[in-house]
Design a protein around this ligand. Structure first.
Ligand code: HEC
Ligand code: HEC
Length: 228
């Protein structure tokens, strides 16, 4: 399902308006940010849409909790300088200083995602095969080559020589690939449908997304969303 952006925003605000308390204290010094400073910022500027601890929100608003701090920071940079387009996030990110981007990234990265395992069905099964082994025709690579390595997804076996977690793939260090497990399926599908991020990393991801069928996108989105 794709929500019209303004509707999605209103929904997000309404759904998470009551989520005013933070989950628990924690410090995340990754990406050089100060999570304690990030917490205050997150409460006033991000919580309405992403949830106070980054775990909530409408299906089209990504979960930020437990996401890689460096990835979060780079996305804020991309929104801020126009490399990644979003009518909502461009303005939000433009209003943050360099320091604030690092702090808020550190805060959300240190939260727990709290995702529960979702139901298994044929679509999830199809997505699992694609995620772990790639497409039959060799056009779509195994997502596990870069994403969620070591989180029970897999780290190198099924594709044998084609990829190993932590090894540079196509010139990309795998550690920069964002976490997909526990993400909203609708957001993952939406992102695969339209990569607008102009970073070199995302250009490669765009090429991969372009070679996926709609059915494959749906399946892999259902699979990652079903993973805790
Ligand atoms: C009005 C709602 C709203 C507010 C407020 C908001 N966001 Fe977002 N955010 C979104 C939406 C919607 C997206 C998805 C954008 C897209 O891909 O088109 C998003 C995407 C993101 C992403 C990309 C995540 C990913 O997985 O790629 C990051 C990072 C992010 N937001 C951080 C923040 C931070 C930090 C704040 C507070 C300083 C914030 N957002 C405030 C709605 C919001
Ligand atoms: C060669 C490594 C690599 C492979 C293989 C790969 N990705 Fe990615 N992916 C990345 C990187 C790096 C990014 C972050 C791009 C950026 O920095 O903007 C990314 C970003 C994404 C995002 C955006 C996440 C978010 O939070 O917004 C999605 C969704 C995604 N990939 C899905 C997939 C799927 C599905 C597959 C398998 C069909 C796959 N990727 C295969 C490296 C990879």
């Amino acid at each position: 399902m794709r929500l019209h952006p303004p509707i999605a925003i209103v929904l997000a605000v309404v759904l998470s308006a009551s989520a005013l308390l933070f989950a628990w204290p924690g410090s995340g010094a990754r990406a050089g940010g100060d999570a304690a400073h990030g917490r205050a910022l997150a409460g006033t500027r991000c919580a309405a849409c992403h949830g106070a601890d980054g775990a909530g929100g409408a299906p089209s608003v990504p979960r930020l909790a437990g996401q890689d701090a460096d990835y979060l920071y780079r996305q804020l940079q991309a929104f801020g300088d126009g490399a990644r387009a979003s009518p909502v996030m461009d303005a939000v990110a433009a209003g943050l200083s360099e320091r604030q981007r690092r702090d808020v990234a550190a805060f959300f990265a240190a939260r727990s995602r709290h995702a529960a395992a979702g139901p298994e069905d044929a679509l999830v099964d199809e997505g699992r095969v694609l995620f772990l082994a790639g497409g039959d025709d060799g056009r779509v690579p195994a997502c596990a080559d870069c994403h969620d390595a070591g989180k029970g997804g897999f780290a190198g076996g099924m594709r044998g020589m084609h990829g190993m977690a932590g090894m540079p793939m196509m010139g990309l260090p795998a550690r920069h690939a964002p976490r997909l497990f526990g993400q909203h399926a609708a957001y993952v599908e939406q992102r695969l449908q339209g990569f607008t991020d102009g970073t070199p990393e995302a250009l490669r991801m765009s090429a991969m997304a372009a070679s996926m069928s709609l059915q494959q996108k749906r399946a892999v989105a259902a699979y990652v969303a079903s993973r805790p």
